[in-house]
Ligand binder design. Sequence first.
Ligand code: FAD
Length: 432
Amino acid sequence: PLTLFWFRRDLRLEDNAGLYYALKSDNPVLPLFIFDRDILDKLPTPVDARVQFIHQTITALQNRLQQMGSGLLVQHGKPLEVFAQILKNLKFAAVYTNHDYEPYAQQRDAAIKELLAHQGIPFYTYKDQVIFEKNEVTKPDGKPYTVFTPYKKRWLLTLNEFYLQSYPTEKYFKNLASPGVLPLPTLSELGFESSKTSFPGQIVPEELVKTYDQTRDYPALAGTSRLGLHLRFGTISIRQTVKSAQQLNATWLNELIWREFYHMILYQFPHVAERAFKPAYDHIPWRNNEEEFAQWCAGTTGYPLVDAGMRELNATGFMHNRVRMVVASFLCKHLLIDWRWGEAYFAGKLLDYDLAANNGGWQWAAGSGCDAAPYFRVFNPSAQFQKFDREKLYVQQWVPEWESSNYSKPLVNHELARKRAITTYKTALTNY
Ligand code: FAD
């Protein structure tokens, strides 16, 4: 029999925990990837750069595995049905994979585990995506942290060499199965078209990371790593990334800890995927004006920094973190539009889209999340523009008409919108 290793958000051969344990099992290892119809069918358009990125990565993985005399079994369908089919055709002794903490993934994995258990096949899963998961970093009484700073302190205290050791899969590549040449569906067979998006590389210049704390807040400077996409799909290892952060820049490490914090929050408080972390915030009477939402999406609100951010997102699938905070705050506070609308829009566009981080960012901006900005602090989008795009380079790039008479008039007046937001929040929260 074979051992099956199932790739999901860990699309690499090196330093991959689940693959390592699979390779150390007693049987030859056949790697598997499933283009999951349950996920693909929910995507709003057939031109989705993320599917293209996955396809490209899977193609490269298959080529590499073939060069080593092995291969990658690529399937296309609903995972439960795919497994039921595989069970009919192949004899295998165990399935290995890495943990996925999203609510959908947990349900999917539970169903597959059960299906396999009926045939006496074990389903082994490992931590790979984060340094600390689930309840590995908790308060002394075992309860989860809901505030970032004490979480981070405990995270750093818990960290030692052991957690950053890489899994030397390459020592065991000889245990890969030799299945012969395996087919790979084309992008169009999956129902998608290619886009012109260019993907950021995996290698980040050391100089960039070393000066991250000084440059990261200025969208015109390209002072951030752009590793979000690679961390999302596991085309780089978090252990290696944290090791270089430790050596190069504490502020950058801090951001990687935010990533772990939001993963932990989603795991411990799965209701955040649908509702506010703080229940009182589910009672805010959002205005939800569809026309205003459309203007926000298109980047025609008349606020240059907001518009630049949205246009950057629409054109490239990326938006700078500082600007993400500004546009998100603008939507929730200035326009009083439900943060879930913004969350869904970002989910459809961001190359680095990740449920935990996106949800955390949106709930932070709406004030409804753990350790969020207090509701009465409303970002001033014009002041943010002055402060973080002093030379106007970023806005000039994305909204070249911003100083001309062709440019949209502000959708709302800042001072009025700020007061309206505070009153609306205050009334809803005190009446709750
Ligand atoms: P860098 O600044 O170089 O940081 C390195 C890595 O650390 C990032 O790639 C990311 O994995 C992680 N990281 C950095 N900041 C955060 C943060 N605040 N929270 C969690 N992880 C962080 N990040 C996502 O990865 N996916 C999302 O869908 C996402 N949606 C967001 C939505 C909103 C409203 C906001 C305010 C933030 C969101 N972020 C999201 C966090 C942050 O904006 C991005 O991680 C960052 O801009 C990605 O750029 P980079 O890869 O150059 O990151």
